[in-house]
Design a protein around this ligand. Structure first.
Ligand code: SF4
Length: 389
């Protein structure tokens, strides 16, 4: 007899595959994914002591007075007393030393199209071996992956998976990309860095899907290891970030600018949540900021919200709202603006900014056709922003 807790955990593990981002994978991808997902689905009681005992020393922290430790990984900067965990639930002061409770403990592992992240201008059509743990420093009321982002590491009893094993698994699946995603990857930065540095010499690229609520020094190190980053810019308002996400906008904007100045490919997603961040004024402010600070070539995705977590009473985002947001962005001068999580919508396709012809056609998360040659429009020769080889 399976308990309710066990059932919820099993469901949580399957959620990203069965539609954690609102859509379903192709059958072959699902079949490939299931063994990995079910692999860790054993529940053998409380294993917190074992988890803490085996947790490796974290990076990005310093010792403070009276046995406290100060975390320097995200913009929250938790000051932790002995035995305390950070807001992310992933890092803990264990006898005056910061430990990572999520290093080597992936709870979601499967293969997705890179368009599902979404990346539309980074190796379109590629398979991304996607990996996530538990934990997040934010508390977004509309979280679409709350089953893992708002969980504690001991909620999922999973075997320790060293970075080399992840890379070997990626190689065996012949995936050219590793995506750090599902929960907030910054909470497993040490694991990410070790996987990415083992993967790069083998020709694998690393991409991250993040809320962007990071400290600058940690981000600088991540930018050396990563090839692309997608940042969720949740709304252009401090009060929205404070009230709906338990966070701040300013560090997220700083992160986006820092990535844009690096060699790392950048895309931005704005999940449009009805009544919370869908006002034209907020969308226009966001677009103005992107255009003014980053220029016209950063891809911007407006994604449909589906009712979830603490917002089950809100409706899914109307398609017309997403189309309006896209029009506002294009009127600002942004060249690559998308409508996300609306299968079959023409706003999923990439248009050449010069001749306006369709250079990539997508259905769901799948590329159906492409006319980009050597990074240029196959019709008129205009350079298309992004990484295509
Ligand atoms: S990563 Fe976790 S422990 Fe560190 S500052 Fe952020 S919330 Fe706190």
């Amino acid at each position: 007899m399976i308990s309710r807790r066990e059932f919820l955990h099993a469901l949580a593990r399957l959620a990203p595959v069965l539609g954690g981002s609102g859509l379903i994978l192709s059958e072959p991808a699902l079949l490939r994914a299931l063994p990995d997902i079910l692999d860790g689905a054993a529940f053998a009681g409380d294993w917190t002591d074992e988890l803490i005992r085996d947790a490796p020393r974290a990076r990005f922290w310093s010792a403070a007075a009276k046995g406290h430790v100060q975390c320097h990984l995200c913009a929250r900067g938790c000051l932790l007393d002995e035995g305390e965990r950070g807001q992310c639930r992933s890092r803990m002061n264990v006898r005056g030393e910061m430990k990572s409770l999520v290093y080597g403990r992936p709870v979601s592992v499967h293969v997705d199209p890179i368009e599902k992240k979404p990346f539309y201008h980074f190796l379109p059509g590629s398979q991304a071996y996607s990996i996530g743990t538990t934990g997040c420093p934010l508390r977004c009321k509309f979280c679409q992956n709350w089953q893992t982002s708002q969980a504690s590491p001991e909620d999922f009893r999973v075997r320790f998976t060293p970075p080399g094993d992840v890379v070997e698994s990626v190689r065996s699946r012949k995936a050219p990309v590793i995506a750090y995603t599902y929960n907030e990857p910054l909470v497993f930065t040490e694991y990410l860095l070790d996987i990415a540095s083992a993967a790069r010499p083998r020709g694998m690229r690393s991409v991250m899907v993040t809320c962007g609520f990071m400290a600058q020094a940690a981000l600088a190190e991540m930018c050396k290891a990563l090839d692309a980053v997608k940042v969720d810019l949740k709304g252009y308002s401090e009060s929205f970030y404070r009230d709906a996400c338990g966070a701040e906008l300013k560090p997220v904007l700083r992160t986006i600018k820092q990535i844009a100045k690096s060699r790392v490919h950048l895309e931005i997603v704005n999940l449009v949540v009805p009544t919370l961040n869908d006002a034209d004024r907020m969308i226009a402010d966001l677009c103005d900021w992107v255009m003014g600070e980053l220029g016209p070539d950063v891809p911007l995705h407006f994604s449909r919200f589906r009712p979830d977590y603490q917002m089950p009473h809100l409706p899914p985002t109307p398609t017309a709202t997403l189309e309006r947001a896209r029009s506002i962005a294009m009127a600002c001068g942004l060249r690559y603006v998308y409508v996300g999580n609306v299968p079959g919508h023409p706003g999923n396709n990439t248009l050449c900014p010069s001749c306006k012809k369709e250079v990539i056609r997508r259905t769901l998360f799948f590329v159906e056709g492409s006319n980009i040659k050597n990074g240029k429009c196959g019709y008129c020769g205009k350079k298309i922003a992004g990484v295509f080889a």
